[in-house]
Design a protein around this ligand. Structure first.
Ligand SMILES: O=C(O)c1cc(=O)[nH]c(=O)n1[C@@H]1O[C@H](COP(=O)(O)O)[C@@H](O)[C@H]1O
Length: 229
């Protein structure tokens, strides 16, 4: 069973080091925009050198040429996983995959479908989508598969349907994870680790539930045991 991915949404290197120093095992961590923009690509190398696997979450979304060239750079960082926005379209995703895999053939490239902070009204009113949220996630997952990527980011609530339409090998990576006592914050489509397992998700991504806890290692262990069953 995969390890929970911990979102290292910290301001700087010092906070990351303080957090990682508490753990005595190899983790799967996510480096997102805040940390990457603050510290640059070197932070990825430093975390890697500590023996942790990295999901680099920069959610690229631009014209195919720009994303392809950027992905070529990210491919050189040897991360386990990185992502784009599926809304960028099939041509963009294909270019992203070609460039990333050329440099990092074993790395996984996935696409964000509908952010876990979105609800039904955001999709119908703001995006003016004719599709329901669930149908839109499935549509974007199909586009992602057709572009040759390895999987998608969604809520665990959509994982079962994604696997049914895109196959069991197509990865479902799912944030919006909370224990029942946690505050939901800005997330909307929220699921517990054990419910996520029951829904057949491949990876859960957990941030504040662990990183803002007074006992991050203890909380990680609880999340991990609920998730792994
Ligand atoms: O791509 C992501 O990782 C992502 C996609 C999404 O739809 N929702 C989402 O929350 N995320 C990321 O997952 C993490 C969730 O953090 P917490 O809400 O603190 O657990 C954040 O780093 C988000 O940037």
């Amino acid at each position: 069973m995969n390890r929970p991915i911990i979102a290292l949404d910290f301001e700087n290197r010092e906070q990351v080091e303080q957090f990682l120093n508490r753990f005595d095992e190899s983790l799967f961590v996510k480096v997102g925009m805040e940390l990457f923009y603050a510290e640059g690509p070197q932070i990825v190398q430093e975390i890697h050198a500590r023996g942790h696997d990295i999901f680099l979450d920069l959610k690229l979304y631009d014209i195919p040429n720009t994303v392809g060239r950027a992905m070529s750079v990210l491919g050189g960082l040897n991360v386990a996983m990185t992502n784009v926005h599926a809304h960028g379209g099939v041509a963009m995703m294909k270019r992203a995959a070609e460039s990333f895999k050329d440099k990092n053939p074993d790395g996984k490239l996935i696409a964000v479908t509908q952010l876990t902070s979105m609800n039904e009204l955001n999709v119908s009113d703001e995006q003016q989508s004719k599709l329901s949220l669930d149908d839109s996630v499935e549509h974007l997952a199909r586009l992602t598969l057709s572009a040759g990527l390895d999987g998608v980011v969604s809520s665990p609530l959509e994982s079962k349907r994604i696997h049914e339409t895109c196959g069991d090998d197509f990865l479902t990576v799912t944030p919006g994870i909370r224990l029942s006592e946690d505050s939901v914050d800005d997330q909307v489509r929220v699921v517990t680790p054990d419910e996520s397992r029951a829904l057949g998700t491949d990876y859960i991504v957990v941030g504040r539930s662990i990183t803002t806890s007074e006992d991050p290692v203890g909380k990680y262990k609880v999340v991990k045991s609920l998730w792994q069953g």
